[in-house]
Structures are given as C-alpha cells and as structure tokens.
Design a protein around this ligand. Structure first.
Ligand code: ZN
Length: 137
C-alpha cells in the first residue's frame, strides 16, 4: 500500500464491535482474512465496551418478562441485544454468558421462570437454548 494516501486505504467493519477500521501495515499479508479491529475484539471483549453490571442485566431481564407478560417467553439473547447498542454488531454475543448467569440468579430467587421446550428447567443445568418468562404464568 506504499504511496497510497491514508484516506484511500481500504477499510472493513469489525465483526465484534461494529466499528470501521482501516488497513494497517501489520495486516499486509492477511488483510483478506482480517475480521476484527483489535486483539481485544479477537478475544471477544471489544475495546471501550463497558460491560453492563448485573443490576443492569437484571433490570433488562425483568423488563422483558413484564413486557412479554402472561405465559409468553423470551430468549436470553433478546436481553443481551437490548444491553448493547444496535451499532455494536455481534457484541451482544459476548454478553450471553453473563445474561444467563444473572438470569439463573433471578430464577433461584423466584423472580423469573426458566423453560426449555415448554417445561421448567434449572438454568444452570440446562444445555442448549432456554427461555425466560414471568414466574406466576
Ligand atoms: Zn472491534
């Protein structure tokens, strides 16, 4: 890319944090394969991303349950998506373990019900996709 003006360098959108980043010398050989902007994003924790606290995650889970109401369920990924800005690409995926952890705490306290295939399950034992709903539904 020698002799190419900075503003003419190619750019890509980071798959993790959703930010645009510009070609750098270190990617000279493998630019085609580059998908994330930084080592932090490769490890799954985007730079500058503030991880939501458990109180914030709880609030979102309880709000979604209340909004859904009755016997309707929602997926933990909906809470994860609600916790990151829509411009952050796939960043919500990195939140999923935290969301499930906080969700499990709410289930233990009876604030949420966790189901899989329509049957109540223990969120800490459940393998595969789970759903949450209001406990008294
Ligand atoms: Zn990134």
């Amino acid at each position: 890319m020698r002799g190419v003006k900075k503003e003419n360098l190619p750019s890509k959108t980071c798959r993790v944090c959703g930010r645009d980043f510009v070609w750098r010398k270190k990617w000279e050989r493998d630019w085609e394969q580059v998908q994330v902007c930084s080592d932090a994003c490769r490890r799954g924790s985007p730079r500058g991303a503030k991880a939501p606290g458990s109180g914030e995650i709880e609030a979102v889970l309880l709000r979604l349950a209340a909004e859904r109401g009755g016997s309707k369920t929602f997926c933990p990924s909906e809470a994860a998506r609600a916790l990151v800005s829509s411009s952050s690409g796939e960043a919500w995926r990195t939140l999923m373990p935290r969301v499930r952890e906080v969700g499990a705490g709410l289930v233990r306290r009876g604030a949420l019900r966790c189901t899989q295939g329509g049957n109540p399950v223990d969120p800490e034992q459940a393998v595969g996709p789970i759903r949450y709903q209001l406990p008294d539904a």
